[in-house]
Design a protein around this ligand. Structure first.
Ligand code: SF4
Length: 406
């Protein structure tokens, strides 16, 4: 059976893909640690500040249990792909005591096979990275990459964002991680904070680069209408100018964008990020965590610990929120995600994998004429101008009715 027909038969039968197809994909685990000391003003991720020290041990047990159930389900579906990346996000995973983190990793190791060089990232808030935590993380867990939420180095902007950290705590955290041998760390930076000047943005970028991270994520502040900071957001044009300014300065300093919001030194693209943007499968464990299996469907745990706990007691994997993805949805979502990559979408591989020839997309000539999309001998990609409009282009490029076959 060809890859395409195996994908299609999987959709229609609601069953399994072939080994052949799965081997083409990356496979990642995402674990959500839903506790934070304090809620930052802009945050849209699920977390609770109502927790006790012992809740982490219970959380670890439940994550391990869910991992076992999910692994058994995947095995029954014929999924044998080893784990290529693990990401502990939140929430604040760096609040989790080391013995609980160790138990989580031991559980994951029992349930899944891992690629030998799997990328294992823990998200950390700088102020939680003590010397003891950094050393324990290095020595007692398989974590080999740390993603630090810096967001800004300016006190007034950290205050607007209601971050607990400071420029000093970011620098200290990096120093501590480096001292115990972590070389692969990433710093997150936000632009478009109300009142942020271009000079302040450049200063933030230079502060990030001074800490020599292998990778940095550079995000615009995104808020829903009605949010108390919404009125202070820059206009779309100003935000676009800030992005261009930041991208240019990062490039001058040796950090190329491999995806719209992600920059790195050569060879340090985040494998887990790439999995999201290149159509890999991922399994989400913990409250609010999402899973996606392109051969079958996706699911999303609800954003409450209590809901997740009830599901753990009453259901087996996949979760009740499981939703089959139609072939057309898959094509649309894949375009949406994969266009974000600097390299663009590999046209032939895309055609083979999803049965849809993007080179024939009705709107393609229009976007090419506008200078927003361009073709290389092998890929379709956004131009520099197109990067700022990625979402709208992706939505309009493919004209397929959702819910029907490609
Ligand atoms: S620490 Fe992170 S997850 Fe927690 S509230 Fe702040 S931004 Fe959200």
């Amino acid at each position: 059976m060809s890859i395409v027909s195996s994908v299609k038969s999987a959709y229609f039968s609601g069953t399994v893909k072939t080994e052949n197809m799965v081997s083409k994909l990356m496979f990642g685990l995402y674990l959500h640690i839903p506790f934070c000391v304090h809620r930052c003003s802009y945050c849209d991720f699920y977390s609770s500040t109502q927790y006790r020290a012992e809740d982490f041990a219970a959380l670890a047990d439940k994550l391990v249990w869910e991992a076992g159930e999910a692994a058994a389900w995947l095995k029954a579906q014929g999924h044998s792909q080893p784990v290529t990346s693990i990401f502990l996000g939140g929430g604040t995973p760096s609040l989790m005591p080391l013995p609980d983190l160790q138990r989580v990793f031991e559980g994951l190791k029992k349930s899944f096979s891992w690629q030998e060089d799997a990328e294992i990232t823990l998200e950390a808030n700088p102020e939680t990275v003590t010397e003891a935590f950094a050393a324990g993380l290095r020595e007692q867990t398989p974590v080999n990459r740390v993603s630090l939420g810096a967001q800004s180095f300016q006190a007034r902007h950290l205050q607007t964002l209601e971050r607990l950290g400071s420029a000093e705590s970011i620098q200290q955290a990096v120093k501590r991680l480096r001292a115990v041998g972590f070389e692969n760390y990433s710093l997150d930076l936000i632009f478009g904070i109300p009142g942020q000047t271009p000079q302040e943005l450049v200063a933030d970028i230079e502060s990030v680069v001074a800490l020599q991270p292998k990778h940095t994520s550079f995000y615009s502040l995104t808020l829903k209408p009605g949010h108390k900071l919404y009125g202070g957001l820059p206009s779309d044009d100003t935000a676009a100018d800030l992005y261009e300014l930041g991208r240019g300065r990062l490039a001058e300093l040796g950090y190329e964008a491999y995806e719209i919001s992600n920059f790195c030194q050569p060879g340090f693209e985040s494998r887990h990020n790439q999995l999201y943007w290149q159509g890999g499968d991922f399994l989400g464990l913990g409250p609010s965590a999402a899973s996606r299996f392109f051969w079958n469907g996706r699911s999303h745990h609800r954003k409450q610990i209590a809901h997740w706990e009830t599901y753990l007691k009453t259901a087996s994997f996949p979760s009740p929120e499981f939703e089959a993805i139609t072939p057309n949805q898959t094509v649309l979502e894949s375009v949406f995600l994969e266009l974000r990559n600097r390299a663009g979408i590999p046209l032939e591989a895309f055609h083979t994998r999803y049965g849809y020839d993007l080179a024939q997309a009705q709107q393609l000539p229009f976007f090419e004429k506008q200078g927003l999309l361009e073709r290389t001998p092998t890929h379709l990609r956004l131009t520099s101008k197109g990067w700022l409009l990625a979402e709208g282009i992706a939505q309009r490029l493919v004209d397929l009715p959702v819910g029907q076959s490609a």
